[in-house]
Design a protein around this ligand. Structure first.
Ligand SMILES: [Zn+2]
Ligand SMILES: [Zn+2]
Length: 255
């Protein structure tokens, strides 16, 4: 069984209702975080998630609405009284994540370089990423330089996450027959370059044969009825609109 929790269904625009992009995935003996936008840690505590035990943090790209809580996360790992964690944390991101972390360590010093636990920094191209039983397939998507989407496979359960992207073949590949595809849908009010409209997200899900489509990354102006109706024009499966703290439980299909 895999539990997917939305920690942030919003965008860079401050919103009481929606935190910026962040998701948590938990399986029987492991867990990871995907993106850590501002507000992610607070939402994780609100959801009752044991944020401190994540085996990995996967970053899709370096826009602040996707990774601004990374430093508070490392700081909290080091300074939360009684945590006592000694297990390694994998930090995986686009090409450049090593340079980003080196730069941040230059600014903030030892707690970035030595957050009190072994930190293994990996970037795209370093080879396959396996976080315990979770196989991670990263793939470049159409957004900022080096931006990635992810496909996670835990046993027979497959989850795809777009990060930020415009429509591209790579995204269809990541989403192929996924049990859950989490696609950004930032372009609801106007066409935004390198983001998805509801129709485009639906088209991707349809072509990839996705079982459940979760639309996320909404600006405050997004109107749920409108988003749903527009996505329904191109996709006939189950469509969910993300809300902060929403949980989706995925069970492995019977053998
Ligand atoms: Zn972005
Ligand atoms: Zn974004």
């Amino acid at each position: 069984m895999v539990t997917f929790t939305v920690l942030g269904s919003g965008s860079c625009v401050p919103s009481y209702r929606r935190s910026a992009a962040a998701y948590h995935v938990r399986w029987s003996d492991g867990s990871l975080l995907m993106d850590l936008g501002p507000g992610a840690l607070r939402r994780a505590t609100e959801a009752g998630i044991d944020w401190s035990s994540a085996d990995a943090v996967l970053l899709t790209h370096f826009h602040m609405d996707h990774f601004a809580d990374l430093l508070p996360y490392l700081f909290a790992l080091k300074n939360t009284p009684g945590l006592g964690r000694s297990r390694e944390l994998v930090l995986f991101g686009p090409v450049g994540v090593v340079d980003v972390m080196t730069g941040l360590a230059g600014l903030f010093g030892s707690w970035v370089r030595m957050p009190g636990i072994p930190l293994r920094i990996m970037e795209y191209g370093d080879g396959p990423v396996e976080i315990g039983r979770c196989r991670v397939e990263p793939m470049p998507v159409r957004h900022s330089r080096g931006a990635l989407g992810f496909r996670l496979e835990v046993g027979k359960v497959a989850i795809a996450y777009s990060g930020d992207t415009g429509p591209c073949d790579e995204l269809i590949h990541l989403c192929r027959e996924a049990d859950l595809a989490v696609l950004e849908c930032a372009a609801t009010e106007e066409v935004l370059a390198n983001h998805l409209t509801p129709e485009e997200a639906g088209r991707i899900a349809n072509e990839a044969g996705v079982r459940t489509l979760l639309l996320s990354h909404f600006y405050p102006s997004a109107r749920p009825d409108d988003v749903l109706a527009r996505c329904r024009k191109t996709y006939y499966g189950t469509i969910l609109l993300a809300e902060d703290l929403q949980q989706i439980v995925l069970a492995e299909p019977p053998k």
